[in-house]
Design a protein around this ligand. Structure first.
Ligand SMILES: Cc1cc2nc3c(=O)[nH]c(=O)nc-3n(C[C@H](O)[C@H](O)[C@H](O)COP(=O)(O)OP(=O)(O)OC[C@H]3O[C@@H](n4cnc5c(N)ncnc54)[C@H](O)[C@@H]3O)c2cc1C
Length: 277
């Protein structure tokens, strides 16, 4: 990245937080208010991901827990027994690491994600995570508790109680929240149409409400096609690059190299249930 930035003299600004984005009328570009002053741009590509935006309040008492994104190192957690709430990628990651450290883990999920064998990792665990879970489970340190919807966490003497409608589990250590992240698009929500429950994008991954504003990353979604994994959403970078280049009258032939490598996915008809990639 440093080499590319130097060669093309890219005006990269580090340590700069984008606070707001305002679209100028008649598609005349954008004004970005940042922690280091104002920026203007004809186009904006939003690539702010999700990791900085954890969902910290999924139920009452969640503030008593620790979100997995707040754990700098699993080795620093004190205690030998843990309750992990949420059993998708983050929860399985947490449970697998803790088991590898010799800790006992109760892994609770509202579904039983570990039993879902859908081939699409956007709705089921990735093969890598399943494999890690199998290894950790075979060590006898993980208890899988599926189909339990956690409604609250309460502080009690010497620990915490994690409650579903009819059951509860005691944890002597702070329960670990693996209930996911919010989309960073919520930071600039008014610039998108959310009527389907997610940010509507054109076939070029541009906001349907705000021309010139593109999205790349895990929030890209077209109907049931969810691009939340890196190997999926990186195939759309060339689509956005192509759209902007076309409008600027820039030659796009170099993008053919991306197409040859399967990294220029502009035809979504091949991405049905059994994705060819
Ligand atoms: C436990 C876990 C396991 C995962 N496993 C996999 C996996 O096996 N395979 C896979 O493909 N994906 C996996 N993912 C998802 C993957 O990590 C993310 O989809 C990917 O990191 C998203 O990349 P990104 O560049 O879009 O966003 P991010 O990596 O989140 O980067 C966003 C960047 O934007 C910056 N930023 C955010 N807000 C602002 C702002 N307001 N102003 C300025 N800068 C800002 C941040 O500092 C950051 O540098 C996993 C995620 C988790 C949590």
């Amino acid at each position: 990245m440093e080499t590319v930035a130097k060669h093309f003299q890219l005006p990269i600004k580090t340590e700069t937080n984008v606070k707001t984005i305002a679209a100028l009328p008649q598609g005349k570009g954008f004004i970005l208010e940042t922690s280091k002053g104002e920026l203007r741009s004809q186009f904006v590509i939003w690539a702010a991901g999700e990791f900085q935006y954890p969902n910290l309040n999924p139920f009452p008492g969640a503030e008593l827990c620790i979100h997995n994104s707040q754990i700098r190192s699993w080795t620093e957690l004190e205690g030998n027994e843990f309750v992990v709430i949420g059993g998708y990628e983050s929860g399985v990651d947490a449970a697998s690491v803790l088991a590898a450290l010799g800790k006992k883990v109760k892994l609770i999920d509202r579904n039983s994600s570990w039993l879902n064998i859908d081939s699409d990792p956007s709705v089921s665990l990735s093969p890598y995570s399943i494999k890690r879970l199998e290894v950790a489970y075979s060590m006898g340190l993980i208890e899988l508790i599926g189909d339990k919807y956690i409604e609250a966490v309460k502080a009690v003497k010497k620990g915490y109680v994690v409650e579903s409608e009819y059951e509860e589990w005691f944890s002597s250590t702070q329960p670990i929240l693996c209930t996911g992240f919010n989309s960073s698009l919520e930071q600039i929500a008014p610039l998108f149409d959310w009527s389907n429950g997610y940010a509507a994008l054109t076939q070029e991954d541009e906001s349907t409400l705000t021309p010139g504003l593109f999205v790349v990353g895990p929030s890209v979604r077209h109907g049931n096609l969810i691009f939340c994994f890196i190997y999926k959403f990186r195939q759309r970078f060339a689509v956005v690059g192509n759209a902007i280049a076309q409008r600027l009258g820039i030659d796009t032939t170099t993008l053919e190299a991306y197409r040859r490598q399967g990294l220029f996915l502009d035809d979504l008809s091949c991405c049905d249930n059994d994705c060819v990639c």
